[in-house]
Design a binder for this molecule. Structure first.
Ligand code: ZN
Length: 447
């Protein structure tokens, strides 16, 4: 079956003005402007109203946090007090049913924004939620979204000098055993993989050094990616100096994490020497502009990191510090905050798109997604410019960012349409909203 996505209004790819031909799960041909596909096609989708871009890739998130958006205990706080306000709320209310509906909602929201591949840093394993990674695998598969199951962990509680209540932590043995189980069950290194696994101890202030070291060893054995939060706040710098007598990046190096297997969430508070070290070792950074602005965490030095050699990707971050799961909105925020950090000429809409596509793909260690090229997976997001906000726009691709696109009209993952006419295929959106709202009500009532 060959499908020609014909003559788009605009396309974010070289020499593809005449459209894209998809066969099976892959892009098999780019048609130059005014041209015809070289081989006969079975089906034609007229994209004359559509701007076509590579499917967006979300390199950092916490789906469960959709249950505590704009939570009264946490709004108007920075990261550490924000976390210590929310941990007890999560600990008291996170049931398996609530977790499942939160996962489904976040995945659906991301998909509708044009996101085709997601990584969710799932570090919450209270009693009863031991199968959290299986729930995520089931929900991603049902929706048809590509996913990197990022098995998080916390093993240092507040009583032991960390920030989290003991009921949200697990012991190292349990964490490593489940990590291995999840790797064996879901990890695939194959081109076009729909599910992969990464290991992700949560942050320096919730995890022991031994768990960091052992997670790196397990990742090496199974050839999977490693992820954690690092360089998010000045509080973290102070915590590391107090507990480890070094800065966060030195601590990371001591744990054996300065490798190109690693991508870090946030990566804000690095000095110029640390930026060079990150780049030299090929450590990826997932920039999370919306969360960084909400929590007033600071500004990631994206261009310096890229210049030093680090892949830079984009993530929405948890839905309690965003407080939505719209990756296209974060593309816009990335453009804006980086223009404040740098200047207008050196940060363009194409840079922001690169972070959200090829940059995130590199963070996740994938070469099969993140661009519209022959041989890549057919992961595409198509937007119309029909809403009032786009009227009068000149450059259609820049307009998606500058006028604030929020919702894709069509989304394709691995050659299959998963959003049609703005609606996720097979999902009752009204019912999902109702179910999630009901689950979240218990969290809202807890302060
Ligand atoms: Zn995060």
């Amino acid at each position: 079956m060959r499908l020609w996505i014909k003559e788009p209004l605009a396309v974010l790819a070289e020499e593809a003005g005449g459209g894209v031909v998809v066969e099976g799960s892959r892009i098999v041909e780019l048609v130059p402007a005014g041209g015809q596909p070289a081989t006969a096609v079975d089906e034609v989708f007229d994209a004359g109203r559509h701007v076509v871009i590579p499917g967006l890739i979300n390199a950092h998130h916490h789906f469960f946090q959709t249950l505590t958006r704009a939570h009264p205990s946490a709004i108007n706080k920075e990261l550490f007090p924000w976390l210590t306000s929310l941990y007890p709320v999560w600990a008291r209310n996170m049931t398996p049913d609530a977790f499942r509906v939160a996962t489904r909602l976040a995945l659906t929201e991301l998909l509708m924004s044009g996101c085709t591949c997601v990584s969710d840093h799932q570090y919450l394993f209270p009693e009863g939620l031991e199968d959290a990674m299986d729930v995520q695998a089931e929900e991603a598969s049902a929706l048809g979204v590509r996913m990197v199951l990022t098995r998080g962990s916390m093993n240092v509680s507040d009583a032991e000098g960390g920030l989290s209540p003991a009921s949200l932590t697990q012991d190292e043995e349990t964490i490593l055993a489940d990590s291995e189980r999840v790797l064996k069950r879901y990890h695939s290194g194959e081109d076009g993989a729909m599910l992969q696994v990464a290991l992700a101890p949560c942050a320096p202030f919730t995890v022991s050094k031994r768990l960091m070291v052992d997670s790196a060893g397990l990742a090496e054995t199974h050839d999977c990616r490693l992820h954690t939060h690092l360089g998010e706040t000045e509080d973290e710098n102070e915590y590391c100096l107090a507990h480890f007598e070094c800065r966060p990046l030195d601590y990371l190096e001591e744990c054996g994490w300065l490798t190109d297997r690693v991508w870090l969430a946030h990566g804000i508070h690095f000095n110029p020497d640390e930026v060079s070290r990150l780049g030299r070792h090929g450590v990826g950074i997932c920039h999370c502009p919306t969360s960084n602005m909400t929590l007033a965490s600071g500004q990631c030095l994206t261009r310096d990191l890229e210049a030093a050699g680090s892949p830079v990707g984009l993530g929405v971050d948890g839905s309690a510090s965003n407080d939505n799961s719209n990756l296209m909105e974060s593309v816009r925020h990335a453009l804006m905050i980086n223009r404040l950090t740098y200047d207008a000429a050196s940060v363009t809409d194409r840079d922001a798109f690169r972070w959200a596509t090829a940059g995130s793909a590199r963070c996740l260690g994938r070469s099969d997604i993140g661009a519209i090229e022959v041989g890549k997976q057919a992961d595409l997001a198509l937007y119309t410019l029909d809403e009032l906000r786009f009227s009068g726009a000149g450059d259609p691709i820049a307009a998606l960012v500058l006028c604030g696109a929020h919702r894709a009209d069509r989304v394709m993952v691995a050659g299959t349409w998963r959003v049609e006419d703005g609606q996720p295929v097979g999902v009752d959106v009204a019912r999902l909203r109702e179910d999630h709202g009901r689950a979240a009500a218990a969290f809202a009532a807890t302060v």
